[in-house]
Design a protein around this ligand. Structure first.
Ligand SMILES: [Zn+2]
Length: 479
């Protein structure tokens, strides 16, 4: 290791020393974000934006494949509109930012900067929906929303964040429920296949569900430090909002009916999940599906005749099947290695005069640094294979970490002991009473993550109250 590389590596805190500081270091040193002059508002730099655009492209394609269409809603919501649904407004009230002036004139009614857009969609549907023939309406929008959080952290919790919010209305409850489930499965599949993050699918307790929803479903991931992260949610509203906003349609019997509604969202928070699930002390490790560059070419002895020409020739050839970057800067190879490791590029391709003599190059995996000498004739097969192997092992390692940090508890004392000494998921039975959920928070510092679809029977009684248990809950400490 040369001195330049040492210097760069020393610049970030190690995971063991301080995981949270390590996380912040990566966000900045991998050049993904910058802080802005308004607290809690972040700048997505080109590298961070490129990752988000790749996430958007994959999700957008998946949404459209199941019939969803994109729309654009206004950023401001009149207070009277927001207030029509009591539970929603109460849930979001502490976090809403308000616009009260238009130029130098006070506004007659203050306007909320959208924290989420259920109300705008309902208002719109109340204008355009007439008949059951127009249903379902399957809408999505890509935008940013504002929630005035007290403590903020890049990607995980910021006052403005980017996301997609899907909003749909359906003729029947069954269709809306099926939509809620379909979108949750879409998120789970995306998290596991494209982001290599294993997730637990389940339903939120009433205490943790979205304000105003009848049911909220979630996918929960576990970060390297054992903490939980809610990765995406999908909500079923029944016809509650339709009634509040007077969204109606003429049914098959020609009578006025209320449609059934869903909403579902995934945010830039997933970039935080990727960092904290896969990263190491040298920086980011990106799943190939979302990496801005899947391969970086680093010429070795670049001043020797023919090396740069060969590197450029390879760049052009590889660009037919991967996202590739040739680092032609005059930094040393060692500096470049560290820099691209920090940025998490899945594969590094090294090419120098000796390799050229042998018609080969060196491919180095970012995750385990395994080196493979590959004939230049075989790159079209070797690179996709290595990328797939890397993705598979990212997923497997994350799964192993989750399994190693998942515990079952049967008594409140066991829960408290585990919570005090371990970091991870704690599974227990639960009676369904919110008082016991609050006790878990007060006495063990745990919040309910979800009631997993895959239930286990860990006993007959709730560890908090001793009454008969209804369901198994996964608890954790959450980001
Ligand atoms: Zn209980």
């Amino acid at each position: 290791m040369n001195t330049e590389k040492k210097k760069l590596v020393e610049a970030i805190t190690s995971q063991e020393e301080d995981f949270v500081q390590w996380y912040t270091d990566i966000c900045l040193k991998a050049e993904m974000v910058d802080y802005s002059s308004v607290k809690g508002f972040m700048v997505l730099r080109p590298y961070g934006q490129a990752i988000w655009e790749n996430i958007q492209a994959i999700l957008d394609k998946r949404f459209k494949a199941t019939g969803h269409e994109n729309v654009a809603m206004p950023v401001l919501i009149p207070e009277s509109l927001l207030k029509k649904e009591g539970e929603l407004v109460n849930g979001f009230a502490p976090e809403v930012a308000w616009v009260t002036m238009g130029g130098s004139e006070p506004l007659e009614e203050r306007l909320a900067v959208r924290p989420t857009s259920e109300t705008m969609f309902c208002d719109h549907w109340s204008h355009v929906l007439h008949s059951y023939r127009e249903l379902p309406m399957l809408y999505n929008q890509w935008c940013s929303v504002v929630r005035w959080e007290k403590t903020t952290r890049p990607f995980l919790r910021s006052r403005e964040f980017w996301w997609q919010e899907g909003h749909t209305i359906h003729e029947t409850a069954a269709e809306a429920e099926a939509e809620t489930e379909q979108q949750l499965n879409c998120y789970a599949d995306f998290a596991e296949k494209d982001l290599c993050i294993p997730v637990v699918k389940g339903r939120k307790t009433d205490k943790e569900k979205f304000a105003g929803a009848e049911a909220t479903y979630t996918i929960e991931g576990m970060m390297k430090d054992g903490k939980s992260l809610q990765c995406a949610t999908s909500h079923y509203f029944g016809d509650k909002f339709s009634r509040a906003y007077d969204v109606t349609f003429a049914g098959r019997d020609n009578k006025l009916q209320y449609p059934f509604q869903t909403s579902w969202g995934m945010t830039t928070r997933m970039i935080g999940a990727v960092i904290m699930t896969h990263g190491d002390d040298s920086g980011l490790i990106l799943p190939p599906a979302i990496a801005p560059y899947q391969v970086v070419i680093v010429p070795v002895a670049a001043h020797k005749p023919g090396v740069m020409e060969k590197a450029e020739e390879l760049r052009q050839r590889l660009s037919a099947f991967v996202r590739v970057k040739l680092d032609a800067s005059d930094n040393s190879p060692g500096w470049k290695f560290s820099q691209w490791e920090m940025k998490g590029v899945p594969l590094r391709l090294e090419i120098g005069p000796k390799d050229m003599e042998k018609n080969q190059c060196v491919l180095v995996r970012r995750d385990n640094r395994e080196k493979t000498f590959v004939s230049l004739d075989e790159l079209e097969t070797a690179i996709p294979r290595l990328l797939q192997e890397l993705a598979d092992s990212l997923y497997q390692n994350a799964l192993k970490n989750r399994e190693a940090h998942t515990y079952a508890a049967h008594t409140l004392d066991e829960v408290k002991e585990l919570s005090a000494t371990k970091s991870g998921f704690i599974k227990t039975m639960w009676c369904g009473d919110v008082a016991c959920e609050e006790k878990m928070k007060a006495e063990a510092g745990l919040s309910s993550r979800c009631m997993p679809f895959e239930q286990e029977n860990l006993g007959e009684v709730c560890p908090c109250c001793g009454r008969p248990a209804k369901t198994m809950v996964v608890w954790g400490k959450a980001y």
